[in-house]
Design a protein around this ligand. Structure first.
Ligand code: HGY
Ligand code: MN
Ligand code: MN
Length: 443
């Protein structure tokens, strides 16, 4: 591609010219194409769930890439992968990145874009500061690939950043099993991804991600300045019935777990329809036992998610759901066990970080607007600990968790430019750190 530098200095605080910037953009896109080969699917997507062979292979490749640019690679005790650019010995780190793991048959961009953009931002700044001869930053940079953001193989999602920020206990995370009984520890240890420490000490955080919606595309903006997240309640539900012959058993005698689960799936949709545009719901996974012909199911385990733009509506929806659980138990003659595996509220991102990102987009000449994130991100955990900047780039047609996920090259490069400037400014100390934030971290 050709990068149009136009009349605007896209290198902002950097000193390189248009042709060097274009070369760097080409290098980024070439690395992104290489990264997209890991777990590549025939339809142009990727399949690299946490701890899978493809995930292990891409992590090894990513470690080599980081090291080839002089970063030191480390893993913490939950397998978060860090590339440390330590230019101020002993100073804390601007932690910047996202996740390389994916959903099954997913898109190439979700998470992976943010990790690679973070790495290239660090490479640019490393070169810039090396050439600078003295006016370096106040803080170091830690590029991060958070372990198991998707939660598709190991529940809950955002696992690595949840342990890093103390939201989830390390032992609980390491002992989590996938559906075949393999634990997180059992995939991380043999691959060499289980470190001994807690990872680098964060002072700020930044993440860039594809929007996974249509807001930026509809308005024509290049950069999303994320101000807050939708809230979420994620349930693990077990519907308990009784195994029976699906032909011979009279209907009145049945305690059909799959019937109960189905009523729940339908109710989740009806619940969202009561709060149009404000509440999103879905059952994303069903495990039916024994899942056999001519057998009434004795047990169904399912994962039910509620996402909401309004915490009061979410509370009402959760109350309605509890009522419906009881009704379904009566109707289907089954029992329902449920627990919240993960939840978060509508905490805002720090406004001063949004402002800093707005200035970066403006001085680089990219159109931008404020936006909410409906999807979960590791930065949702991080913003509770340290000032955190979250950026979006447009998703074509809003398609995500789908092999057809697509973001245009020029938007990827624009996002990288803005992220680089944001990280440069965070590392230079343009935002005030939260007093005591680093010490609060659970160890
Ligand atoms: O939105 C989610 O829950 C996922 O972890 N990204
Ligand atoms: Mn993601
Ligand atoms: Mn995702």
């Amino acid at each position: 591609m050709t990068i149009d530098q136009g009349a605007v200095d896209r290198t902002a605080g950097g000193k390189e010219g248009a042709s060097a910037a274009s070369t760097r953009a080409e290098e980024f896109l070439a690395d992104f194409a290489r990264l997209s080969e890991f777990g590549a699917t025939v339809n142009g997507g990727v399949d690299r769930q946490a701890g899978s062979d493809a995930d292990v292979a891409q992590r090894r490749w990513f470690a080599e890439l980081l090291e080839s640019h002089g970063l030191r690679v480390e893993y913490d005790r939950i397998g978060n992968q860090f590339g440390l650019l330590e230019v101020v010995p002993g100073a804390p780190f601007v932690v910047v990145g996202s996740h390389l793991d994916s959903q099954p048959t997913a898109g190439r961009y979700d998470g992976a874009y943010g990790v690679l953009a973070a790495a290239h931002a660090a490479f640019r700044l490393a070169d810039e500061w090396a050439a600078d001869g003295g006016t370096g930053p106040r803080y170091n940079i830690a590029v991060v690939n958070w372990f198991n953001e998707e939660g598709s193989r190991f529940t809950p999602s955002m696992m690595g950043s949840s342990v890093y920020t103390g939201v989830l206990q390390l032992e609980d995370a390491l002992g989590t099993s996938d559906r075949s009984g393999t634990t997180v520890a059992e995939v991380l240890a043999p691959a060499g991804f289980l470190g001994a420490g807690d990872g680098p000490e964060a002072v700020f955080c930044a993440e860039i991600h594809i929007e996974q919606g249509r807001v930026l595309e509809n308005s024509g903006s290049t950069i999303g300045l994320v101000t807050a997240s939708w809230a979420a309640s994620k349930y693990v539900v077990t519907v308990e019935g009784e195994q029976a012959h699906s032909g011979a058993t009279v209907m009145a005698d049945r305690r059909d777990a799959l019937y109960g689960a189905s009523l729940l799936v339908v109710f989740a949709r009806e619940l969202a329809d009561r709060f149009p545009g404000v509440l999103h719901t879905a059952v994303g996974q069903l495990d039916v036992y024994p899942n056999s012909p001519v057998v009434v199911a004795s047990e169904v385990r399912l994962l039910l998610d509620l996402r909401c733009a309004d915490e009061a509506v979410l509370a009402e929806a959760n109350a309605l759901l509890q009522e419906r659980f009881a009704e379904i138990e009566e109707i289907a003659r089954i029992g329902i066990r449920r627990s919240l595996s993960h939840e978060w509220g509508i905490d805002p991102y720090q406004p001063e970080g949004v402002e800093l990102a707005r200035e970066s987009a403006d001085r680089l000449g990219y159109s931008r607007e404020e936006i909410l994130t409906v999807a979960g991100h590791d930065s949702i955990n991080m913003k509770r600990r340290v000032p955190t900047v979250m950026l979006f780039v447009p998703s074509v047609d809003g398609i995500s968790h789908n092999e057809g996920e697509y973001t245009r090259d020029e938007d990827l490069v624009a996002g990288l430019d803005v992220l680089t400037d944001v990280v440069r400014r965070l590392a230079q100390g343009e935002l005030a750190p939260t007093p005591g934030a680093v010490e609060e971290r659970t160890r």
